[in-house]
Design a binder for this molecule. Structure first.
Ligand SMILES: C[S@@+](CC[C@H](N)C(=O)[O-])C[C@H]1O[C@@H](n2cnc3c(N)ncnc32)[C@H](O)[C@@H]1O
Ligand code: SF4
Length: 444
């Protein structure tokens, strides 16, 4: 297979399939009343996951595509904490009980932008309003540049047992252009502090496809990352989405690697990580063989949600804060992106939902097909209606002719060397996808 020819041929965009239907199909036809009704349907014994979004950072990384803001003083964050506390109360009151919780994820932005006192107040409120299971995973994203040993110790005492450090790249020239200067020693120190505080479950986020990265810098970065022995690595291809993140335009003055160069970078980093005993998980994660994520992939229980790949098996995710997306059996709901509106809603005793989507039975079926493909590189669409199967088969025909997939009836498997096309292949199962009219990042 001439993979580089195929990459040029399939130079298209596709969703990341962290949900199905994907978030660009949410609309304001779904609002707070729907969310309240769906919360009311949750049975008392059902365990849920919680997500808290903290949309603040100290400085803007030039590549950043996250929902975050740079704020000059702490005041807006202090304000936000009050409204998050209010939102936790509101959701718990709508549930009418302390719902069991199996997993908490703090994301952003940078959750540790908040002071230790504010983080403690939020943790205390979660523990007061929900029934955290003793074995709950409590994970948080941390920017290594902006955390000290005291705060890591405090997080451990609050129950945090998994940390994702944003690393991206260790090369000084790359760090300079992405406006994220973060020496290796900084990452080494924070990793050591986390372990000393008893937090062994450490993930690193790394990136490829950034300006000035070369095959050599990527090899070095992977070796340096591996030398610190995180349990997991997420390696994201830079998503250039300047219509959403205008500050990314600054990176256009550099030669961004084209899809073929990105593919080569990805293969180099995959092989470098394999040499250090990291196994590829799905399209962009790597894990040591003693990590639960590796076991989940082996035994077929790996899942994908808004945070990417996860071992979390809860089917309900309740999300707090601006832009946060909750997942319930009836559908998805998303909070307002605006701090002001978030405050207004919570002050008025209303949920902060502004859009969402009702999930139909057909969506649930297709979600299962897509999740299986994204997690395990094989799937079976035989559960669809005969007409839907025919439509999928027509969309898959080109991929099959090009050797990207193999097919046995309705059973589809990605070819071993073509897993980078997985998101594109998944568009064939996506009944909502319209190729030309949607703005996603490049699929490769
Ligand atoms: C919320 S940040 C992680 C926590 C913290 N704010 C930090 O940067 O250290 C989430 C991760 O998303 C990834 N990321 C951000 N913007 C991206 C983009 N445009 N394309 C691909 N990955 C991106 C980075 O790897 C980053 O570490
Ligand atoms: S990558 Fe992390 S630290 Fe940098 S701007 Fe984005 S959210 Fe903030």
């Amino acid at each position: 297979m001439d993979i580089e020819r195929l990459i040029r041929k399939y130079d298209a965009t596709a969703p990341r399939y962290t949900s199905y239907p994907t978030a660009n199909h949410f609309s304001d036809e779904v609002g707070p009343a729907d969310y309240a009704a769906w919360l009311g349907n949750i049975t008392p014994e059902t365990p849920v996951s919680l997500y808290l979004h903290i949309p603040f950072c100290k400085t803007m990384c030039a590549y950043c595509g996250c929902h975050t803001k740079i704020i000059p003083s702490y005041d807006p964050a202090a304000d936000y904490v009050e409204h998050l506390l209010g939102e936790i109360d509101l959701v718990a009151e709508t549930l009418g009980r302390a719902q069991p919780v199996s997993h908490i994820q703090w994301g952003g932005g940078t959750p540790t932008f908040l002071t230790t006192d504010d983080l403690r107040r939020l943790f205390d409120r979660l523990r007061a309003r929900f029934a955290l299971r003793d074995d709950a995973e409590i994970a948080i994203e941390i920017d290594p540049r902006t955390i000290g040993r005291d705060k890591i110790d405090a997080l451990a005492s609050l129950g945090v047992n998994r940390i994702s450090f944003g690393v991206q790249d260790f090369d000084p020239a790359v760090q300079e252009v992405i406006n994220r200067v973060q020496p290796y020693e900084t990452v080494r120190d924070v990793t050591g502090w986390a372990r000393a505080a008893g937090i062994d479950d450490i993930n690193f986020d790394l990136m490829y496809g950034l300006p000035l990265q070369t095959e050599d810098t990527i090899r070095r970065t992977m070796a340096q990352a591996a030398s610190l022995a995180p349990k997991r690595l997420a390696v994201f291809g830079y998503a250039h989405v300047p219509w959403f993140a205008k500050h990314q335009e600054k990176l256009e003055q550099y030669d961004l690697p084209d899809p073929v160069a990105r593919y080569r970078q990805f293969m180099i980093l995959t092989n470098a990580l394999k040499d250090h005993d990291y196994h590829p998980i799905g399209i962009d994660h790597f894990a040591k063989s003693d990590d639960p994520m590796f076991r989940a992939q082996k035994n077929g229980t790996l899942h994908r949600n808004f945070q990417g790949y996860t071992t979390d098996t809860a089917e309900i995710m309740l999300a707090f804060g601006t832009t946060a997306i909750s997942q319930l059996p009836e559908g998805f709901v998303q909070n307002t992106p605006l701090l002001k509106k978030h405050r207004e809603r919570v002050e008025n005793g209303a949920l902060a939902t502004v859009r969402g989507i009702v999930v139909e039975q057909d969506d649930l079926t297709r979600r299962g097909i897509i999740e299986r493909m994204m997690c395990h590189f094989e799937t079976d669409y035989g559960v669809l209606s005969p007409a839907a199967q025919a439509s999928v088969a027509a969309k898959l025909a080109g991929f099959e002719q090009d050797g990207i997939i193999t097919r046995d009836g309705t059973f589809v498997r990605m070819a071993a060397t073509s897993q980078i096309f997985t998101r594109l292949v998944c568009t064939a199962f996506d009944a909502h996808f319209k190729p030309a009219s949607q703005r996603h990042a490049k699929a490769v």
